[in-house]
Design a protein around this ligand. Structure first.
Ligand SMILES: NC(=O)c1ccc[n+]([C@@H]2O[C@H](COP(=O)([O-])OP(=O)(O)OC[C@H]3O[C@@H](n4cnc5c(N)ncnc54)[C@H](OP(=O)(O)O)[C@@H]3O)[C@@H](O)[C@H]2O)c1
Length: 334
């Protein structure tokens, strides 16, 4: 079966209803296997996944370079999404600076195009918002990239509902990409309702709670030293055990249904979007063909009202923030 398709925002690109997050193929979630990662890209396209998600910071450019040949070989089928805004320092792995100024945006897009080896990016996101730069200036600079033919559609990540409305008044926005899962639902306060009202699609990132919802790890301390999930308060220290207990019902529902916990988590996001009346295209991240097959098989799975009722209270009981510094997130600015 190939995935059904949907449209990303008013006049946006048509994509398979589930995309693929490529981030882990370069960094953040432990060791990577390049051959298996590249085979996973091909398997995704074969399954009907067309939205491929990267960013300039993933592996500090490595991820764009990794997927570039695949994108070029399938240019007419792939909807390529990448992002700018986050600056890093090689000597401090936890440092994050946020650049939204027009001069930076103009430099960043050319660097991404060069690494990807393409002449146009289908969906270009502002990865994080720096409130010190007027949003109209940033989105104005992004709109100039559309006019110049370097970018086809615009997106924003981790914006509040008010920020989305302000940006949309400058130029149409095809998609908002923010964290949204059974476990992390703060976007439902303002960003999701604003997107629904404007006809902007939502691209939920970390729909599997970075793997935590699948039961693949229960505490950050068990992960490899370079695993970025060690910096996430929800997965570490005093929060880990209680939060791991909260996700146990997901595994139990999966067992009863003969599916996997990951599949329950992905079906939940698709169905939650129906409640809010907007299009979603979740982008679960995987480096493996076996998990790709498992995840795409969940795109059309339907949960019953009883199953949804079991999952409903989980997010409200989670302890710890989803980032150490919440000022970079929409919830931190609401
Ligand atoms: N805009 C933003 O700020 C932002 C932030 C984070 C992520 N993202 C994007 O969103 C994408 C997805 O988010 P994410 O990767 O953070 O989290 P995720 O999709 O919630 O989870 C990914 C983790 O789950 C594992 N996994 C995948 N499928 C699985 C399955 N069926 N069963 C068990 N484990 C499974 C993966 O490991 P394996 O690779 O071993 O399968 C990986 O460790 C990223 O790749 C990136 O493109 C964007």
């Amino acid at each position: 079966m190939t995935l059904p398709t949907t449209v990303l925002g008013t006049n946006g690109p048509t994509v398979g209803i589930q995309g693929l997050g490529c981030m882990g193929m370069s960094e953040f979630y432990g060791p990577t296997d390049t051959a298996e990662a590249l085979a996973t890209l091909d398997a995704a396209l074969e399954a009907g996944v067309t939205l491929f998600d990267t960013a300039d910071i993933y592996g500090s450019g490595h991820n764009e370079e990794l997927i570039g040949p695949f994108v070029r070989a399938n240019r007419d089928k792939v909807v390529l999404a990448t992002k700018f805004a986050i600056e890093r320092k090689a000597e401090d792995p936890t440092y994050r600076g946020v650049r939204n100024d027009p001069a930076y945006i103009r430099t960043a897009v050319d660097a991404s195009l060069r690494r990807l080896g393409v002449d146009v990016i289908d969906l270009y996101y502002m990865h994080r918002r720096n409130p010190e730069v007027p949003l109209a200036d940033s989105v104005g600079a992004m709109a100039e990239l559309v006019a110049a033919g370097k970018v086809r559609h615009l997106g924003l990540s981790e914006v509040t509902g008010a920020e989305l409305r302000e940006a949309y008044a400058v130029h149409p926005i095809a998609a908002v990409q923010s964290e949204w899962s059974i476990f992390s639902r703060d976007v439902e306060h303002t960003a999701v309702p604003a997107a629904a009202e404007l006809g902007v699609a939502f691209v939920p990132y970390s729909p599997l709670g970075r793997g935590f919802l699948t039961g693949s790890f229960a505490a950050a301390e068990t992960l490899s030293a370079d695993d970025y999930r060690r910096y996430h308060p929800q997965f570490s220290g005093a929060n880990a055990a209680g939060n791991a207990a909260l996700v146990e019902p997901i595994g139990k529902l999966a067992e009863a249904r003969g599916v996997t916990a990951a599949q329950i988590a992905l079906a939940w996001v698709q169905q939650r979007a129906e409640v809010h009346g907007l299009t979603v295209v979740p982008i679960p991240g995987t480096r493996k063909r076996s998990r790709l097959a498992e995840n795409t098989a969940a795109a059309t799975l339907r949960l019953s009202e009883e199953e949804l009722a079991v999952l409903e209270p989980i997010a409200g009981q989670v302890t710890g923030n989803r980032y150490a510094d919440m000022s970079f997130t929409s919830a931190g600015r609401e």
